[in-house]
Design a protein around this ligand. Sequence first.
Ligand SMILES: Nc1ncnc2c1ncn2[C@@H]1O[C@H](COP(=O)(O)OP(=O)(O)OP(=O)(O)O)[C@@H](O)[C@H]1O
Ligand code: SF4
Ligand SMILES: [Mg+2]
Length: 414
Amino acid sequence: MSGVQPSATDTSGAQSTDGAHTAYGHDDRNDDVLVDVRGVKVHFPIKRGVIFDKTVGHVYAVDGIDLQIRRGETYGLVGESGSGKSTLGRAILNLEPPTEGSVEFDGIDIASLQGEELRRKRQDIQMVFQDPMGSLDPRQSVESLLLEGMKAHGLTKDGTEASRRLRELLSAVGLPVAALKKYPHEFSGGQRQRIGIARALSVNPKLIVADEPVSALDVSVQAQVINLLEDLQEEFGLTYLVVAHDLAVVRHISDRIGVMYLGGIVEEAPADALYATPLHPYTRALMSAVPVPDPLVEDRRERIILTGDLPSPSNPPSGCRFHTRCPWRQETKCDTERPVLRVPDIPGVAADHRVACHWAEQIESGEIQPHEVTAEFVEQHAGGGDGSLMGPATAVEAMVHHPGNTAGGGGGGG
Ligand SMILES: Nc1ncnc2c1ncn2[C@@H]1O[C@H](COP(=O)(O)OP(=O)(O)OP(=O)(O)O)[C@@H](O)[C@H]1O
Ligand code: SF4
Ligand SMILES: [Mg+2]
Protein backbone atom coordinates (compact mmCIF):
# COMPACT_ATOMS: atom_id res chain seq x y z
CA MET A 1 0.00 0.00 0.00
CA SER A 2 1.38 3.38 -0.85
CA GLY A 3 1.63 6.53 1.16
CA VAL A 4 -0.05 8.67 -1.47
CA GLN A 5 -1.96 11.63 -0.10
CA PRO A 6 -5.65 11.88 -0.80
CA SER A 7 -7.10 14.80 -2.69
CA ALA A 8 -7.35 18.13 -0.89
CA THR A 9 -11.02 18.35 -1.79
CA ASP A 10 -11.61 15.19 0.17
CA THR A 11 -13.47 15.47 3.42
CA SER A 12 -14.30 12.90 5.98
CA GLY A 13 -17.62 11.84 7.33
CA ALA A 14 -20.68 10.23 5.89
CA GLN A 15 -22.05 11.07 2.52
CA SER A 16 -24.88 13.16 3.68
CA THR A 17 -27.29 15.96 3.44
CA ASP A 18 -25.12 18.87 2.43
CA GLY A 19 -22.88 16.89 0.12
CA ALA A 20 -25.22 17.30 -2.80
CA HIS A 21 -25.35 21.10 -2.85
CA THR A 22 -21.66 21.72 -2.47
CA ALA A 23 -20.36 18.91 -4.59
CA TYR A 24 -22.26 20.00 -7.69
CA GLY A 25 -20.61 23.39 -7.65
CA HIS A 26 -24.02 24.94 -8.16
CA ASP A 27 -27.28 24.82 -6.27
CA ASP A 28 -29.10 21.89 -7.81
CA ARG A 29 -32.38 23.18 -6.45
CA ASN A 30 -32.38 25.70 -9.30
CA ASP A 31 -32.91 22.86 -11.74
CA ASP A 32 -36.42 21.61 -12.33
CA VAL A 33 -36.22 18.97 -9.63
CA LEU A 34 -39.26 16.68 -9.29
CA VAL A 35 -37.87 14.38 -6.60
CA ASP A 36 -35.49 15.74 -4.00
CA VAL A 37 -34.05 13.16 -1.60
CA ARG A 38 -31.93 14.66 1.19
CA GLY A 39 -29.93 12.62 3.67
CA VAL A 40 -32.39 9.74 3.62
CA LYS A 41 -31.79 6.78 5.91
CA VAL A 42 -34.03 3.76 6.31
CA HIS A 43 -32.97 1.55 9.22
CA PHE A 44 -34.99 -1.56 10.05
CA PRO A 45 -34.88 -2.65 13.70
CA ILE A 46 -33.91 -6.26 14.39
CA LYS A 47 -36.15 -7.53 17.17
CA ARG A 48 -35.53 -10.45 19.51
CA GLY A 49 -37.35 -12.02 22.39
CA VAL A 50 -40.67 -13.76 22.85
CA ILE A 51 -42.18 -11.61 25.58
CA PHE A 52 -40.30 -8.34 25.22
CA ASP A 53 -39.70 -7.10 21.70
CA LYS A 54 -36.13 -6.04 22.29
CA THR A 55 -34.28 -4.20 19.52
CA VAL A 56 -30.90 -5.88 19.23
CA GLY A 57 -29.61 -4.13 16.13
CA HIS A 58 -30.55 -2.50 12.86
CA VAL A 59 -30.42 -3.26 9.17
CA TYR A 60 -28.93 -0.13 7.63
CA ALA A 61 -30.72 -0.69 4.32
CA VAL A 62 -30.47 2.93 3.14
CA ASP A 63 -27.87 4.95 4.94
CA GLY A 64 -27.56 8.60 3.97
CA ILE A 65 -28.64 9.25 0.40
CA ASP A 66 -28.91 12.52 -1.51
CA LEU A 67 -30.44 12.28 -4.92
CA GLN A 68 -32.30 14.62 -7.21
CA ILE A 69 -34.42 13.54 -10.16
CA ARG A 70 -35.23 16.27 -12.64
CA ARG A 71 -38.57 16.53 -14.39
CA GLY A 72 -38.63 14.47 -17.59
CA GLU A 73 -35.38 12.61 -16.96
CA THR A 74 -34.68 8.94 -16.35
CA TYR A 75 -32.54 8.21 -13.33
CA GLY A 76 -31.08 4.72 -13.27
CA LEU A 77 -30.21 3.20 -9.91
CA VAL A 78 -27.93 0.16 -9.99
CA GLY A 79 -26.29 -2.04 -7.40
CA GLU A 80 -26.03 -5.61 -6.18
CA SER A 81 -28.89 -7.45 -4.55
CA GLY A 82 -29.35 -6.13 -1.02
CA SER A 83 -27.73 -2.73 -1.66
CA GLY A 84 -30.97 -0.96 -0.73
CA LYS A 85 -32.36 0.03 -4.14
CA SER A 86 -35.94 -1.11 -3.54
CA THR A 87 -35.99 0.31 -0.03
CA LEU A 88 -34.97 3.71 -1.42
CA GLY A 89 -37.70 3.42 -4.07
CA ARG A 90 -40.24 2.65 -1.35
CA ALA A 91 -38.97 5.54 0.78
CA ILE A 92 -39.61 7.91 -2.14
CA LEU A 93 -43.24 6.74 -2.15
CA ASN A 94 -43.32 6.99 1.64
CA LEU A 95 -44.27 3.32 1.74
CA GLU A 96 -41.18 3.02 3.96
CA PRO A 97 -41.04 6.21 5.99
CA PRO A 98 -37.40 7.37 6.28
CA THR A 99 -35.71 7.01 9.67
CA GLU A 100 -33.92 10.27 8.88
CA GLY A 101 -33.86 12.82 6.08
CA SER A 102 -36.56 14.11 3.75
CA VAL A 103 -38.16 13.39 0.41
CA GLU A 104 -39.74 16.26 -1.47
CA PHE A 105 -41.94 15.47 -4.40
CA ASP A 106 -42.83 18.38 -6.64
CA GLY A 107 -41.83 20.77 -3.87
CA ILE A 108 -43.86 19.07 -1.12
CA ASP A 109 -42.38 17.10 1.77
CA ILE A 110 -44.01 13.67 1.38
CA ALA A 111 -43.75 12.96 5.12
CA SER A 112 -45.91 16.00 5.92
CA LEU A 113 -48.84 14.53 3.98
CA GLN A 114 -51.51 12.37 5.53
CA GLY A 115 -54.79 10.71 4.60
CA GLU A 116 -56.47 12.14 1.53
CA GLU A 117 -53.56 14.43 0.67
CA LEU A 118 -51.08 11.55 0.71
CA ARG A 119 -53.45 9.41 -1.34
CA ARG A 120 -53.74 12.14 -3.97
CA LYS A 121 -49.99 12.64 -4.09
CA ARG A 122 -49.52 8.88 -4.50
CA GLN A 123 -51.51 9.13 -7.71
CA ASP A 124 -48.57 11.12 -9.11
CA ILE A 125 -46.08 8.36 -8.28
CA GLN A 126 -46.71 4.87 -9.61
CA MET A 127 -44.68 1.70 -9.42
CA VAL A 128 -43.90 -0.97 -11.98
CA PHE A 129 -42.62 -4.19 -10.41
CA GLN A 130 -40.21 -6.90 -11.45
CA ASP A 131 -42.68 -9.74 -11.37
CA PRO A 132 -45.86 -8.76 -13.20
CA MET A 133 -47.49 -12.10 -12.35
CA GLY A 134 -46.98 -11.48 -8.65
CA SER A 135 -48.23 -7.91 -8.79
CA LEU A 136 -51.33 -8.55 -10.92
CA ASP A 137 -54.27 -10.21 -9.16
CA PRO A 138 -54.87 -13.42 -11.20
CA ARG A 139 -58.60 -13.31 -10.48
CA GLN A 140 -59.11 -9.92 -12.08
CA SER A 141 -59.55 -9.31 -15.79
CA VAL A 142 -57.27 -6.75 -17.42
CA GLU A 143 -60.20 -4.34 -17.58
CA SER A 144 -60.85 -4.62 -13.88
CA LEU A 145 -57.12 -4.33 -13.08
CA LEU A 146 -56.87 -1.12 -15.06
CA LEU A 147 -60.11 0.34 -13.70
CA GLU A 148 -59.12 -0.32 -10.08
CA GLY A 149 -56.64 2.53 -9.76
CA MET A 150 -58.75 4.84 -11.91
CA LYS A 151 -61.75 4.25 -9.64
CA ALA A 152 -59.71 4.90 -6.52
CA HIS A 153 -58.70 8.26 -7.90
CA GLY A 154 -62.16 9.19 -9.23
CA LEU A 155 -61.28 8.81 -12.91
CA THR A 156 -64.20 6.57 -13.89
CA LYS A 157 -67.18 8.82 -13.22
CA ASP A 158 -67.81 9.32 -16.92
CA GLY A 159 -68.28 5.78 -18.31
CA THR A 160 -67.71 6.70 -21.97
CA GLU A 161 -64.57 8.61 -21.09
CA ALA A 162 -63.31 5.69 -18.95
CA SER A 163 -63.75 3.13 -21.73
CA ARG A 164 -62.07 5.48 -24.21
CA ARG A 165 -59.20 5.75 -21.77
CA LEU A 166 -58.92 1.97 -21.39
CA ARG A 167 -58.60 1.56 -25.17
CA GLU A 168 -56.05 4.38 -25.27
CA LEU A 169 -53.97 2.77 -22.52
CA LEU A 170 -53.89 -0.61 -24.27
CA SER A 171 -52.92 0.97 -27.55
CA ALA A 172 -50.16 2.95 -25.80
CA VAL A 173 -48.60 -0.26 -24.46
CA GLY A 174 -49.13 -2.19 -27.70
CA LEU A 175 -51.91 -4.59 -26.65
CA PRO A 176 -55.18 -5.25 -28.56
CA VAL A 177 -58.54 -4.11 -27.13
CA ALA A 178 -59.52 -7.79 -26.84
CA ALA A 179 -56.98 -8.03 -23.98
CA LEU A 180 -59.46 -6.25 -21.69
CA LYS A 181 -61.58 -9.36 -21.19
CA LYS A 182 -58.61 -11.66 -20.54
CA TYR A 183 -56.82 -12.63 -17.33
CA PRO A 184 -53.11 -12.26 -16.48
CA HIS A 185 -52.28 -15.97 -16.97
CA GLU A 186 -53.40 -15.75 -20.60
CA PHE A 187 -50.46 -13.48 -21.45
CA SER A 188 -46.72 -13.92 -21.91
CA GLY A 189 -44.26 -12.35 -19.44
CA GLY A 190 -43.59 -9.39 -21.71
CA GLN A 191 -47.31 -8.79 -22.28
CA ARG A 192 -47.97 -8.98 -18.55
CA GLN A 193 -45.33 -6.33 -17.98
CA ARG A 194 -47.15 -4.19 -20.58
CA ILE A 195 -50.33 -4.60 -18.51
CA GLY A 196 -48.39 -3.57 -15.39
CA ILE A 197 -47.16 -0.47 -17.21
CA ALA A 198 -50.68 0.33 -18.48
CA ARG A 199 -51.94 0.06 -14.92
CA ALA A 200 -49.28 2.47 -13.69
CA LEU A 201 -50.17 4.89 -16.49
CA SER A 202 -53.92 4.66 -15.89
CA VAL A 203 -53.90 7.36 -13.19
CA ASN A 204 -51.76 9.91 -15.10
CA PRO A 205 -48.67 9.78 -12.90
CA LYS A 206 -45.77 12.22 -13.05
CA LEU A 207 -43.16 9.76 -11.80
CA ILE A 208 -42.88 6.04 -12.43
CA VAL A 209 -40.62 4.03 -10.15
CA ALA A 210 -39.79 0.92 -12.17
CA ASP A 211 -38.20 -1.64 -9.84
CA GLU A 212 -36.32 -4.21 -11.95
CA PRO A 213 -38.93 -3.84 -14.71
CA VAL A 214 -37.31 -6.32 -17.12
CA SER A 215 -35.28 -8.64 -14.85
CA ALA A 216 -37.81 -11.46 -15.12
CA LEU A 217 -38.07 -11.24 -18.93
CA ASP A 218 -36.18 -12.90 -21.79
CA VAL A 219 -33.39 -10.73 -23.20
CA SER A 220 -35.21 -10.20 -26.51
CA VAL A 221 -38.35 -9.04 -24.70
CA GLN A 222 -36.32 -6.83 -22.32
CA ALA A 223 -35.36 -4.52 -25.18
CA GLN A 224 -38.98 -4.20 -26.30
CA VAL A 225 -40.17 -3.24 -22.83
CA ILE A 226 -37.30 -0.75 -22.39
CA ASN A 227 -38.16 0.80 -25.77
CA LEU A 228 -41.80 0.98 -24.77
CA LEU A 229 -40.90 2.79 -21.54
CA GLU A 230 -38.86 5.28 -23.58
CA ASP A 231 -41.70 5.91 -26.05
CA LEU A 232 -44.21 6.40 -23.24
CA GLN A 233 -41.90 8.86 -21.51
CA GLU A 234 -41.92 11.03 -24.60
CA GLU A 235 -45.66 10.67 -25.19
CA PHE A 236 -46.76 11.38 -21.63
CA GLY A 237 -43.91 13.55 -20.35
CA LEU A 238 -43.01 11.06 -17.62
CA THR A 239 -40.11 11.06 -15.19
CA TYR A 240 -38.58 7.66 -14.35
CA LEU A 241 -36.59 6.11 -11.57
CA VAL A 242 -35.44 2.80 -13.03
CA VAL A 243 -33.96 0.34 -10.54
CA ALA A 244 -31.82 -2.57 -11.76
CA HIS A 245 -28.95 -4.75 -10.62
CA ASP A 246 -27.61 -4.83 -14.17
CA LEU A 247 -25.81 -1.86 -15.71
CA ALA A 248 -26.67 -3.08 -19.22
CA VAL A 249 -30.39 -2.59 -18.51
CA VAL A 250 -30.16 1.03 -17.41
CA ARG A 251 -27.47 2.02 -19.89
CA HIS A 252 -29.61 3.11 -22.83
CA ILE A 253 -32.67 4.33 -20.99
CA SER A 254 -30.99 6.50 -18.34
CA ASP A 255 -29.96 10.12 -18.54
CA ARG A 256 -28.12 9.82 -15.24
CA ILE A 257 -27.08 6.81 -13.23
CA GLY A 258 -26.48 6.37 -9.51
CA VAL A 259 -24.47 3.35 -8.36
CA MET A 260 -25.47 2.03 -4.92
CA TYR A 261 -23.36 0.00 -2.54
CA LEU A 262 -24.54 -1.00 0.95
CA GLY A 263 -27.11 1.75 1.40
CA GLY A 264 -25.10 4.61 -0.12
CA ILE A 265 -24.49 6.08 -3.57
CA VAL A 266 -20.83 5.58 -4.50
CA GLU A 267 -20.91 7.24 -7.91
CA GLU A 268 -23.34 9.36 -9.87
CA ALA A 269 -22.92 10.67 -13.41
CA PRO A 270 -24.65 11.20 -16.73
CA ALA A 271 -24.94 7.75 -18.33
CA ASP A 272 -22.38 8.42 -21.09
CA ALA A 273 -19.80 9.79 -18.65
CA LEU A 274 -20.24 6.84 -16.30
CA TYR A 275 -19.63 4.35 -19.10
CA ALA A 276 -16.73 6.29 -20.60
CA THR A 277 -14.98 7.02 -17.30
CA PRO A 278 -16.13 4.91 -14.35
CA LEU A 279 -14.22 6.33 -11.37
CA HIS A 280 -15.24 4.32 -8.32
CA PRO A 281 -13.57 0.92 -7.91
CA TYR A 282 -16.99 -0.68 -7.43
CA THR A 283 -18.34 0.88 -10.64
CA ARG A 284 -15.20 -0.28 -12.46
CA ALA A 285 -15.92 -3.82 -11.27
CA LEU A 286 -19.58 -3.65 -12.34
CA MET A 287 -18.61 -2.16 -15.67
CA SER A 288 -15.99 -4.77 -16.35
CA ALA A 289 -18.75 -7.39 -16.26
CA VAL A 290 -20.67 -5.75 -19.13
CA PRO A 291 -19.66 -7.46 -22.42
CA VAL A 292 -18.44 -5.29 -25.28
CA PRO A 293 -19.68 -6.16 -28.81
CA ASP A 294 -16.27 -5.51 -30.46
CA PRO A 295 -14.27 -8.78 -30.04
CA LEU A 296 -10.90 -6.97 -30.07
CA VAL A 297 -11.94 -4.58 -27.32
CA GLU A 298 -13.60 -7.47 -25.49
CA ASP A 299 -10.31 -9.41 -25.47
CA ARG A 300 -8.26 -6.53 -24.14
CA ARG A 301 -10.60 -4.95 -21.67
CA GLU A 302 -10.04 -4.86 -17.93
CA ARG A 303 -11.88 -7.51 -15.96
CA ILE A 304 -12.40 -7.12 -12.26
CA ILE A 305 -14.22 -10.10 -10.83
CA LEU A 306 -16.24 -9.29 -7.75
CA THR A 307 -16.37 -12.33 -5.54
CA GLY A 308 -17.97 -12.75 -2.18
CA ASP A 309 -21.29 -11.35 -1.12
CA LEU A 310 -22.15 -7.90 -0.04
CA PRO A 311 -21.25 -7.51 3.66
CA SER A 312 -24.31 -7.65 5.88
CA PRO A 313 -26.14 -4.31 6.02
CA SER A 314 -26.72 -5.01 9.73
CA ASN A 315 -23.00 -4.62 10.32
CA PRO A 316 -21.58 -2.53 7.47
CA PRO A 317 -17.78 -2.13 7.27
CA SER A 318 -16.35 1.01 8.86
CA GLY A 319 -14.99 3.86 6.76
CA CYS A 320 -15.53 3.24 3.10
CA ARG A 321 -18.08 0.46 2.93
CA PHE A 322 -16.35 -1.02 -0.07
CA HIS A 323 -12.99 -1.38 1.65
CA THR A 324 -13.39 -5.12 2.36
CA ARG A 325 -13.53 -5.83 -1.36
CA CYS A 326 -11.58 -2.97 -2.91
CA PRO A 327 -8.35 -3.76 -4.82
CA TRP A 328 -7.24 -0.12 -4.47
CA ARG A 329 -7.79 0.09 -0.67
CA GLN A 330 -5.15 2.19 1.13
CA GLU A 331 -3.86 2.02 4.69
CA THR A 332 -5.02 5.54 5.44
CA LYS A 333 -8.61 6.73 5.36
CA CYS A 334 -10.23 3.75 3.61
CA ASP A 335 -11.01 1.79 6.80
CA THR A 336 -11.78 4.76 9.01
CA GLU A 337 -13.43 7.61 7.09
CA ARG A 338 -16.56 7.31 5.05
CA PRO A 339 -15.93 9.16 1.78
CA VAL A 340 -18.45 11.81 0.70
CA LEU A 341 -19.91 11.94 -2.77
CA ARG A 342 -17.86 14.71 -4.40
CA VAL A 343 -16.72 16.02 -7.77
CA PRO A 344 -13.15 14.73 -8.17
CA ASP A 345 -10.32 16.92 -9.34
CA ILE A 346 -9.68 15.04 -12.58
CA PRO A 347 -9.20 16.79 -15.92
CA GLY A 348 -12.15 16.20 -18.23
CA VAL A 349 -14.49 15.09 -15.45
CA ALA A 350 -17.57 17.33 -15.42
CA ALA A 351 -19.23 18.90 -12.38
CA ASP A 352 -22.14 16.48 -12.55
CA HIS A 353 -19.90 13.43 -12.11
CA ARG A 354 -19.52 12.60 -8.43
CA VAL A 355 -17.70 9.80 -6.71
CA ALA A 356 -17.38 8.65 -3.09
CA CYS A 357 -13.77 7.46 -3.01
CA HIS A 358 -10.88 9.08 -1.12
CA TRP A 359 -8.44 8.10 -3.84
CA ALA A 360 -10.39 8.66 -7.07
CA GLU A 361 -7.75 11.03 -8.51
CA GLN A 362 -4.80 8.79 -7.72
CA ILE A 363 -6.58 5.69 -9.03
CA GLU A 364 -7.52 7.42 -12.27
CA SER A 365 -3.96 8.72 -12.81
CA GLY A 366 -2.48 5.29 -12.12
CA GLU A 367 -0.54 6.59 -9.11
CA ILE A 368 -2.28 3.92 -7.04
CA GLN A 369 -2.21 0.41 -8.46
CA PRO A 370 -4.68 -2.36 -7.66
CA HIS A 371 -3.52 -5.20 -5.46
CA GLU A 372 -4.74 -8.61 -4.39
CA VAL A 373 -7.54 -8.49 -1.88
CA THR A 374 -6.86 -10.48 1.27
CA ALA A 375 -9.79 -12.47 2.52
CA GLU A 376 -11.32 -10.75 5.48
CA PHE A 377 -13.70 -11.99 8.12
CA VAL A 378 -16.52 -9.57 8.78
CA GLU A 379 -18.19 -10.34 12.06
CA GLN A 380 -21.95 -10.63 12.05
CA HIS A 381 -23.72 -8.08 14.21
CA ALA A 382 -24.85 -9.41 17.56
CA GLY A 383 -28.45 -9.18 16.52
CA GLY A 384 -27.95 -9.94 12.90
CA GLY A 385 -28.31 -13.68 12.93
CA ASP A 386 -31.51 -13.85 10.94
CA GLY A 387 -30.19 -15.06 7.64
CA SER A 388 -33.51 -14.82 5.87
CA LEU A 389 -33.66 -11.10 6.56
CA MET A 390 -30.07 -10.15 6.04
CA GLY A 391 -28.94 -12.29 3.17
CA PRO A 392 -25.72 -14.20 3.60
CA ALA A 393 -23.32 -12.90 6.25
CA THR A 394 -19.89 -12.30 4.89
CA ALA A 395 -17.29 -14.78 6.00
CA VAL A 396 -14.86 -14.28 3.18
CA GLU A 397 -14.62 -11.22 1.06
CA ALA A 398 -12.33 -11.46 -1.87
CA MET A 399 -12.12 -9.49 -5.03
CA VAL A 400 -9.72 -11.01 -7.50
CA HIS A 401 -8.74 -9.10 -10.57
CA HIS A 402 -7.76 -10.67 -13.84
CA PRO A 403 -4.00 -11.33 -14.24
CA GLY A 404 -3.94 -9.24 -17.41
CA ASN A 405 -5.53 -6.34 -15.59
CA THR A 406 -3.88 -2.98 -16.06
CA ALA A 407 -4.10 -0.44 -13.32
CA GLY A 408 -6.26 2.62 -13.51
CA GLY A 409 -7.29 1.74 -17.01
CA GLY A 410 -10.94 2.63 -16.56
CA GLY A 411 -13.65 0.03 -16.92
CA GLY A 412 -12.82 -0.55 -20.53
CA GLY A 413 -16.48 -1.23 -21.00
CA GLY A 414 -17.22 1.94 -22.93
N1 LIG B 1 -38.92 -4.69 5.86
C1 LIG B 1 -37.65 -5.02 6.07
N2 LIG B 1 -37.22 -5.38 7.30
C2 LIG B 1 -35.94 -5.71 7.53
N3 LIG B 1 -34.98 -5.69 6.59
C3 LIG B 1 -35.34 -5.33 5.35
C4 LIG B 1 -36.68 -4.99 5.01
N4 LIG B 1 -36.73 -4.68 3.68
C5 LIG B 1 -35.48 -4.83 3.22
N5 LIG B 1 -34.64 -5.23 4.21
C6 LIG B 1 -33.20 -5.48 4.09
O1 LIG B 1 -32.59 -4.28 3.61
C7 LIG B 1 -31.55 -4.58 2.70
C8 LIG B 1 -31.80 -3.87 1.39
O2 LIG B 1 -32.91 -4.48 0.76
P1 LIG B 1 -33.50 -4.01 -0.64
O3 LIG B 1 -34.64 -4.90 -0.96
O4 LIG B 1 -33.77 -2.56 -0.60
O5 LIG B 1 -32.28 -4.28 -1.62
P2 LIG B 1 -32.24 -4.27 -3.21
O6 LIG B 1 -31.05 -3.49 -3.60
O7 LIG B 1 -33.54 -3.84 -3.76
O8 LIG B 1 -31.98 -5.80 -3.54
P3 LIG B 1 -32.54 -6.69 -4.76
O9 LIG B 1 -31.67 -6.37 -5.95
O10 LIG B 1 -32.35 -8.09 -4.27
O11 LIG B 1 -33.98 -6.34 -4.97
C9 LIG B 1 -31.52 -6.09 2.57
O12 LIG B 1 -30.52 -6.58 3.44
C10 LIG B 1 -32.87 -6.53 3.04
O13 LIG B 1 -32.83 -7.82 3.60
S1 SF4 C 1 -9.80 3.22 -2.56
FE1 SF4 C 1 -10.53 3.36 -0.46
S2 SF4 C 1 -12.12 4.95 -0.51
FE2 SF4 C 1 -11.77 4.31 -2.61
S3 SF4 C 1 -13.29 2.71 -2.97
FE3 SF4 C 1 -11.40 1.68 -2.35
S4 SF4 C 1 -11.63 1.42 -0.15
FE4 SF4 C 1 -13.12 2.96 -0.78
MG1 LIG D 1 -34.98 -4.75 -4.95
